[in-house]
Design a protein around this ligand. Sequence first.
Ligand SMILES: *Cc1c(COP(=O)(O)O)cnc(C)c1O
Length: 403
Amino acid sequence: MSTTPLISQMLAIDGGSPVRQTLLPYGRQSIDEDDIQAVVEVLRSAWLTTGPKVGEFEEAFAKRVDARYAVSFSSGTAALHGAAFAAGLKAGDEAITSPLTFAATANCVLYQGAAPVFADVCRDTLNVDTEQVRARITARTRAILPVDYAGHPADLDAILEIAQGHGLVVIEDACHALGAEYRGRRVGSIADMTVFSFHPVKHITTGEGGMVATNNAGYAETLRRFRNHGISSDARQRQSAAQWHYEMVLLGFNYRLTDIGCALGLSQLQKLEANLARRREIAVRYTTAFSKMPGIMLPTVRDEVNPAWHLYPIRLNLEKLSADRAQVFRALRAENIGVNVHYIPVHLHSYYRERFGYKGAEFPVCEDAYQRLISLPMFHSMTDRDVADVVAAVSKVCLAFGR
Ligand SMILES: *Cc1c(COP(=O)(O)O)cnc(C)c1O
């Protein structure tokens, strides 16, 4: 035994007392009184949906991400579907994406009747590996969907260069990356279309909601139609023009975000800077606290990016621990730290296994990472005490399982 001054404390999972008494979630929304007031105002107004708040939110959002247009949707998934439609994905086409993501990234390709093709991720960022993308391009490839895992932008310049060389559309899944920067540019201004989510665990929330940002006027128009049944004008335009005529020009959906949601989004957007600053502060605290802990590997940040820290995913150094990820996970949960795992690789879900014949071992970097990943709590309203509890619990568990 070394002469470490640290004494191993009894883990809560073994009957010891937990680091904290109440469960700290891995992510949650922050709703202030002004958010509530913004929603109440809409509830008292004439427009609950298709009203003025929609355009206001879209305009403010586009400005924040430095895009010419932003089109709101009823969820991030609906926004991904809209982007896949606007990109022209159809039966017989392929789209390349990361397997280390939420299933919706790949599902939106399937919605269009096209086939998602996975490419393995980089060891450091866990974002899709550009060389693996290049190797998977065929005559059928039509789009690339990089995911900004945990809020760290993907290798966008390299991906755009490949796309330009092959005439492909880049749809960036930035559901983790609102407020992130890549080579000094804002995520939302870089890819052909960039998709965001406003689910309550994300940076800002509208309850459910999503957005596509683009600089392309044609995509913006198609996206607006797609989210409104494929109709070429909206209800308010018709009302103000005293018109009853409308034209359905393509097969769309009702994927509209309500004025209630948009008012909440507008109010939330005003607090994005504070939210990002707090997340970056928490990331620094974690990184400082864990940098010398032998049992864990910290998320890497490449020089050219400023991540948005939706997640703070650590990877267990299993070679230095006497426990596997499941045991560490359960031990941290017993300490009342609401850790999570992002993600079960998409190709390993039974739907993908059965439909496409995946058996595991297809994407070794992704699958190895999956065995080790644990997301620590990361959200705007975490107190310093919450952060200290996470640090204490991770230290306690790593010490107990160290070897
Ligand atoms: C949250 C998320 C989505 C889906 O967003 P919803 O708003 O929940 O539909 C898609 N992709 C990624 C990577 C996400 O994290």
